[in-house]
Design a protein around this ligand. Structure first.
Ligand code: UN1
Length: 511
């Protein structure tokens, strides 16, 4: 399954150009000398100009000016723009997914799924545009009404990562737009065509609605552009997705200017496999979450904490599945594992495996590079399963590559302790048929993560729930549930219609 021919350099470059143009990406306007390479075969597929940090100010100022108009557009009318955007995403789902495959290396089904996630969040946001509710609260004073109103917040800066080059931006943007906020987006420098294409579709929806196009802006560029956006006092909310290292830099800068930040950082997600688990189901859940997306999701399963009575059998099943995983051209039918992003990702994969072995780990399957001759400038690997004697330092670290560390446990308390022992707190799951065990894992004394699943893997969350995690994952929540509140400000209002002036807390103050 690994000997497939990969597409040639011209082929991917042409495909990328035409898909981006079909979405309305203005490539001539962005032409420049920054080369973008496809992880599929290492070929150059874009030559674009990067924004300089000095241009960030103009973009934020334009967004601030657009905000003054956008905030007064009724929320359901803002929702109508998002509805049109969703229609365009449906029309161009294949074009955008093609770009996701070419720039992020995702297999076709996952690339289409990423665009589907955009369509889904648009649907949610359209409904939300008529439901930005505040509460009325029982006042302690007679003849008074206490209520809250949610108002637009201001400019939202979105920083997104290569691995979800369009969906994570859309979670933020669909909500921000219905909430009345303009968005300035700094996408990953690795996925500029995805960004221009996705942005092109949104621009079209805004223009068709007759709205100021500055409501949505995109700034191609490197980390300096992100830094300028984060530091800008005109950005009310910075929503940043990426590594914990990046979040450590962003958080304090935003806090120092009393801005708001929404951080979605590293994960180190585990599945607990209990003695009663359906091992067939657990195997499928684990393989999708651990090897899918070539281990490059923040929700990727990096640890399996397996009861000692089933660990040998489970490892055997997972290893058998890994040996047969079709690794290769992500656009080819049947491929399940595409490339790593680049050489650096491959080096990190190799180094982590080395550190694991040094700490007493045994590599059960995988770990080698594949398709080296067919694609010397691309980095395909066989996903690895490593049995670890203990949760060594390397297991505490998020390596953005497909390595699954397997640990074993005796008591559920021990399994929960292992699950919670890492610094990250994004996603977790338990495979069990014992209801009490499942409930305990989901309870206050169970998993400490933002996402706690039962009998499914750690990745592939739906947009309806709030997405994010605790500890070094950053604490932010995006996407569904009441995550929209992060994009608005709350005004609490007390209205006195009594004709008297009773004071709260029974205070008397006669003048
Ligand atoms: C990410 O990797 O940054 O739950 C987001 C999931 C996807 C989102 C992942 N819906 O795996």
């Amino acid at each position: 399954p690994t000997s497939r021919a990969l597409p040639g350099p011209e082929e991917v470059a042409d495909l990328a150009r035409s898909a981006a143009q079909a979405c309305g990406a203005d490539l001539p306007a962005h032409q420049g000398d920054r080369e973008g390479r496809s992880p599929v075969n290492g070929a150059v597929i874009s030559r674009l100009a990067w924004t300089s940090p000095e241009d960030v100010d103009a973009a934020v100022e334009a967004a601030r000016a657009a905000y003054l108009g956008w905030r007064t557009v009724p929320a359901p009318a803002r929702g109508a723009v998002v509805k049109r955007w969703a229609q365009l995403l449906v029309e161009h789902q294949v074009d955008l997914a093609t770009l996701v495959t070419l720039e992020a290396g995702k297999v076709t089904s996952e690339a289409l799924g990423e665009v589907q996630e955009m369509i889904d969040i648009c649907d949610l946001a359209v409904g939300l545009s008529r439901q930005l509710f505040g509460r009325t609260i029982a006042s302690e004073r007679p003849g008074h009404r206490l209520m809250e109103t949610w108002h637009p917040l201001g400019v939202v800066g979105v920083i997104s990562a290569f691995n979800f080059p369009v969906a994570v931006w859309s979670w933020n943007t669909a909500l921000a737009l219905v909430c009345g906020d303009p968005v300035v987006w700094k996408p990953s420098e690795r996925t500029p065509l995805c960004a221009l294409a996705a942005h092109g579709l949104l621009q079209r929806a805004l223009e068709e609605g007759g709205y100021d196009a500055s409501v949505a802006q995109v700034l191609l560029g490197g980390p300096e552009v992100g830094e300028a956006l984060v530091a800008h006092p005109g950005v009310a909310l910075v929503s940043a997705t990426g590594s914990t290292r990046m979040g450590r830099a962003v958080g304090p800068v935003v806090a120092a200017r009393f801005g708001r930040s929404l951080l979605e950082l590293g994960g180190n997600n585990a599945a607990v496999v209990a003695p009663s688990a359906d091992l067939g189901l657990a195997t499928r859940g684990i393989v999708f979450s651990a090897a899918g997306t070539a281990g490059q999701r923040c929700t990727t399963m990096r640890r399996a904490i397996v009861h000692s009575s089933v660990v040998d059998e489970l490892v055997e099943r997972v290893a058998a599945a890994y040996r047969n995983l079709p690794v290769g051209d992500p656009s080819a039918d049947g491929t399940l594992v595409g490339p790593l992003l680049d050489r650096r990702s491959f080096d990190a994969f190799t180094a982590a495996l080395g550190a694991a072995v040094e700490a007493g780990g045994e590599v059960v399957v995988g770990g080698g590079r594949e398709l080296t001759e067919a694609a010397p400038d691309a980095y395909y690997v066989r996903p690895a399963v490593v049995r670890m004697p203990a949760q060594a330092e390397v297991v505490h670290t998020e390596t953005f590559a497909p390595i699954l560390y397997v640990l074993s446990y005796e008591t559920l308390e021990e399994a929960v302790a292992l699950n919670n022992a890492v610094p990250q707190g994004l996603s977790s799951s338990i495979f069990t048929r014992d209801q009490a065990e499942a409930e305990l894992f989901c309870s206050v004394v169970g998993s400490d993560c933002g996402i706690v699943n039962v009998n499914i893997g750690t990745s592939g969350a739906e947009i309806g729930g709030a997405f994010g995690g605790e500890k070094e994952t950053g604490g932010g929540r995006e996407s569904g549930s009441d995550a929209w509140r992060a994009y608005m400000r709350r005004a609490t209002t007390t209205v006195n219609y009594s004709g008297e002036l009773p004071l709260a807390q029974g205070v008397t103050f006669e003048v």
